[in-house]
Design a protein around this ligand. Structure first.
Ligand SMILES: [Zn+2]
Length: 129
């Protein structure tokens, strides 16, 4: 069943600790967060799909000066994780000390997790597998 991409629903699934990605119904590319158009084939028919939650770290940064909403949580990691299904997801990085970013190695195998921020909100996160 096709459904219009909705970032709100994507966030709601994360808040419920029930992460799902989007899948292009034309070529099977997995996408997260939802986009209106498939990056691989330009198709626009999408459906929610469950993912293994496994992936690897491709990029990260440490946020020291956070937007107002997240000031209490800084410093924290924001990572780009490539899922085994191919989607590149932005998420928090757990299990490392943000004051020791030199200990984080690109390519580290990660598994999906969730962290609860000081605001009480739940965020998508990955930690070492
Ligand atoms: Zn596609």
């Amino acid at each position: 069943m096709s459904e219009l991409p909705s970032v709100e629903k994507y966030k709601k699934k994360i808040a419920e600790r029930a992460f799902q990605a989007y899948k292009c119904m034309d070529c099977g590319a997995v996408i997260a967060p939802p986009l209106g158009v498939c990056y691989a084939c330009g198709g626009s028919k999408m459906t929610w799909t469950s993912v293994s939650g496994k992936g690897k770290l491709v990029s990260f940064t440490v946020i020291h000066v956070a937007p107002d909403e997240f000031v209490a949580e800084a410093p924290y990691f924001v990572a780009i994780v490539e899922l085994d299904e191919g989607a590149r997801v932005a998420a928090r990085l757990a299990g490392f000390d943000p004051l020791k970013p030199q200990e984080v190695k690109l390519g580290t195998r990660l598994v999906l997790d969730y962290v609860q921020g000081k605001s009480g909100k739940t965020y998508l996160a990955f930690r070492p597998a």
